[in-house]
Ligand binder design. Structure first.
Ligand SMILES: NC(=O)C1=CN([C@@H]2O[C@H](COP(=O)(O)OP(=O)(O)OC[C@H]3O[C@@H](n4cnc5c(N)ncnc54)[C@H](OP(=O)(O)O)[C@@H]3O)[C@@H](O)[C@H]2O)C=CC1
Ligand SMILES: O=C1O[C@H](COP(=O)(O)O)[C@@H](O)[C@H](O)[C@H]1O
Length: 506
């Protein structure tokens, strides 16, 4: 990893604690981060360096995939961490921050490289990038990159405004917009499976594929994030970013090279080909929105969304949505992509199912031998792997056909200790590889698509369906597929409602 001073805004926040310190520690343990680095923790509340290092230690102990003990290795890691109490509105503090950055740059022989990581509420992004410039932090002999967390805006106009603020200070090539799903091993593996195997690509089109199903289901409720989530909802929180990015990875054309721009150009073409909704009635017939009511999760009664303490008791925010999406291009004409996500669903899972069309002439077709379609399944989390379902003869039978599976379980075979998404993304940002970060044109096109849905939903509230916690969302989400002659395939290869495979749940 390139040497850098990492200026971490939001150093006392949830993201830093749960994801960023553990990621930095894993990179250090794997020797991807050498000794020429420093981390400056920045937030308003006061902390001494010692307290800050203690917080970092606790977060690593709780969340990292490597064990930590307070030995010599820990001490030499911890000395790279310093803290400064700073309010992002205080320009004088940024000047002081410049002095501190230069000192640590010299101390650890970093060479002038600066990674500004904004783990902050998005309203602060524009102000921070401006103050970085005014405070002289961009005057450096090395590179200066800005890593920003989602959400990137609330809709297209707000995203445009935010982008304009940031681009006054940083060039597009230096802006790294995080979508942590792009850092997930199996999302990255979609490209490899598609473009490094001779047998999938010829079938990867509307002649052979019947439909594609993308599920991002969560068991957690809104927890204490109501102040953000109640203004966002599932469509903006997961749909505009993680779901459309995953869809783009499945649908994109092969890039001619693996450069960040070539890959992102191909994704942009997918976003441009999304069939936008023209009317509110089109939105209604192709989307479903739901909100969880009280129900049972793993045998425990849990409250409904409106009863959560951080949420408006009359909220009409969706915690679930499903949609039928079309990519109007030569490859995908007529193939529905069904996407769904929700909180308080029975399983935590991210899965992409590619359902193939039936064989053209089924010689086994009889009441006894109804063939199941072939399925290729990317399991993104919590299990990581690829699963292929095909038909074969039941051994010893008179030609009974059975669906069998070829199951590559990456998390079982290579070990559960695969890198976390944030490790990969931090590593890439420091190396200057923006492949798995979202470029502005992708973000803008995704908002354009999602805004149509959001504004049609906002016109009336009778389209919000309640679903009991612990179920797979409103029945209308099943109808979306059944009206096309399809069904949602059980996730994790299970019948709906079974939870035996549920692993590493939050
Ligand atoms: N948590 C998560 O899992 C995820 C978070 N994100 C995104 O990451 C970002 C951060 O989220 P999260 O960590 O959960 O948020 P938190 O509310 O937990 O943390 C916010 C941080 O910002 C600091 N802060 C707030 N106001 C100021 C200010 N004026 N000046 C300086 N520091 C300030 C807070 O510290 P202090 O109060 O001490 O100033 C705190 O460290 C958000 O954009 C969120 O959407 C994205 C994906 C997942
Ligand atoms: O970005 C977000 O993602 C998480 C789900 O991430 P995962 O890696 O655990 O699948 C979601 O809970 C959160 O609401 C959203 O902001």
């Amino acid at each position: 990893m390139t040497d850098a001073v990492i200026l971490l805004f939001g150093a006392t926040g949830d993201l830093a604690r749960r994801k960023l310190y553990p990621a930095i520690y894993s990179l250090y343990r794997e020797r991807k981060l050498g000794d020429r680095f420093a981390v400056i923790g920045l937030a308003r509340r006061p902390r001494t360096n010692e307290q800050f290092r203690e917080d970092v230690h606790d977060s690593i102990k709780e969340f990292a995939r490597y064990n930590v003990t307070k030995d010599e290795q820990w001490e030499s890691f911890a000395e790279h961490f310093e803290y400064m109490s700073l309010d992002t509105n205080n320009i004088d503090a940024f000047k002081e921050l410049g002095t501190m950055t230069n000192r640590l740059d010299t101390k650890f022989e970093v060479g002038g490289n600066r990674l500004f990581y904004l783990a902050l509420s998005p309203e602060l992004f524009g102000n921070v990038s401006n103050n970085l410039k005014e405070g002289g932090l961009l005057e450096t002999s090395g590179w200066a990159r800005l890593v920003i967390e989602k959400p990137f805006g609330y809709d297209l106009p707000s995203a445009e405004k935010l982008n304009a603020q940031i681009r006054k200070v940083f060039e597009e090539k230096d802006v790294y917009r995080i979508d942590h799903y792009l850092g997930k091993e199996m999302v990255q593996n979609i490209n490899v499976v598609r473009f490094a195997n001779a047998f999938f690509e010829p079938l990867w089109n509307n002649k052979y594929i019947a439909n594609i199903q993308i599920t991002l289901s969560e068991t957690v409720g809104v927890e204490d994030r109501g102040s953000y989530y109640d203004h966002s909802g599932a469509l903006r929180d997961m749909g505009q970013n993680h779901m459309l990015q995953t869809l783009a990875m499945i649908a994109m054309e092969p890039p001619s090279r693996l450069s960040p721009e070539d890959i992102r150009d191909e994704k942009v073409k997918v976003f441009r080909s999304l069939r936008g909704f023209q009317t509110a009635s089109e939105v209604r017939s192709n989307t479903v929105r739901g909100q969880y009511s009280s129900g049972t999760m793993k045998g425990n009664q849990v409250p409904g969304y409106r009863q959560e303490s951080s949420v408006n008791p009359e909220s009409t925010t969706e915690t679930f949505f499903a949609a039928r999406v079309f990519v109007d291009n030569f490859r995908w004409a007529g193939v529905p992509f069904y996407i769904r996500t929700g909180k308080r669903l029975p399983l935590k899972t991210t899965e992409v199912v590619v359902e193939f069309k039936n064989v053209p002439n089924n010689v086994y077709l009889s009441k006894k031998h109804k063939l199941e379609p072939n399925l290729l399944v990317f399991r993104v989390n919590p299990m990581e792997g690829i699963y292929f379902k095909m038909n074969a003869k039941q051994p010893g039978s008179e030609g009974t056909i059975l669906p069998i599976s070829m199951d590559f379980c990456q998390s079982c075979q290579i070990g559960l200790n695969t890198p976390e998404a944030y490790e990969r993304l931090l590593y890439d940002a420091a190396r200057g590889d923006s492949t798995y970060f979202t470029r502005w044109d992708e973000v803008a096109l995704a908002w354009k698509y999602v805004d149509k849905i959001a504004s049609a939903w906002a016109e009336r509230t009778d389209n919000l369906m309640l679903y009991p916690a612990g179920t797979w969302g409103p029945d209308q989400a099943q109808q979306l597929l059944s009206e096309d002659g399809f069904k949602w395939w059980p996730v994790n290869g299970q019948d709906e409602g079974e939870v035996a495979w549920e692993m590493n749940q939050k």
